[in-house]
Design a protein around this ligand. Sequence first.
Ligand code: VAH
Length: 323
Amino acid sequence: MASKILIIGACGQIGSELTFALRNIYGSENVIASDISYGNLDIVNSGIFEIVDAVNYASLKTCIEKFNIDTVYLMAALLSAKGEKFPMRAWDLNMTSLFNVLNLARDKFIKKVFWPSSIAVFGPTTPVDYTPQYTIMEPSTVYGITKQVGERWCEYYNNKYGVDVRSLRYPGIISWKTMPGGGTTDYAVEIYHKAITNGHYECFLKEDTELPMMYMDDAVKATVDIMQVKPEDVKIRSSYNLAAISFAPKEIAKSIKKHIPEFEISYKPDYRQEIASSWPKNINDSYARQDWKWKHAFSLEDITDEMLFQLRKKFAGVLNKSN
Ligand code: VAH
């Protein structure tokens, strides 16, 4: 029987693209998209969509039973920058939603769970170069704390109750379909929008702030891949390090200037610089490559090509009017 999938946070940056990918793989009739509001009309109008409040156990359980869901992708969270502005809201959303889903799995209402962690689990005392899977983790952001604690609970529920929960430590993710939403790595999305619309970008990080990054298509592939792996091959039940590329703002600006020579960047670091400075420069994801053959596809040049091509198409109407 086909899997019945629920995506929580389907209107968000990763959730929206994961929804389209899972519909293509498993059939639209088997993928229920949900969110707290009708935040993305492309998602709401292109398949089954439900309003679900992930911090409300009853709301979640009602949806699970209504559609006979067996697999949940929990993509709702408050990200790093927003989490520093609303710490208790971040703790409540990120943790209560996870406990609700893990308890539904413990109590056999669902069979399989995907939960995203992040390189934000690492902190200022973590080795910054080629950061290993097992190392010092003293996250200095609320978001990072929720991801570190969340990983511990995922592993506990797997060991104690046999819950089949799988997780990836996503790097910064770059995509063109949705606007950035409260992340520190979102400068790497905003810069492409600004390069297209006004030719200049004021970056909120220092020019040499190197961070692990990944194109959305790679992130979606890794998510689909780890959920299709046989349970016995998922050797890490906290969360897998996941890597693709790493770059600093000056490098992405250089990549854009190859296409738009007149593009200019300036730097005005803000509170997000301290967050970024607490994270690794690049990640060792050898366990993911060894356990379930992970391999990324997109280089920085590939990302720049694709982002500029897609955003030029997306903004064509607007750009023609203003030119
Ligand atoms: C953020 N995009 O910036 C997220 C991500 C590694 C960073 O978790 O908060």
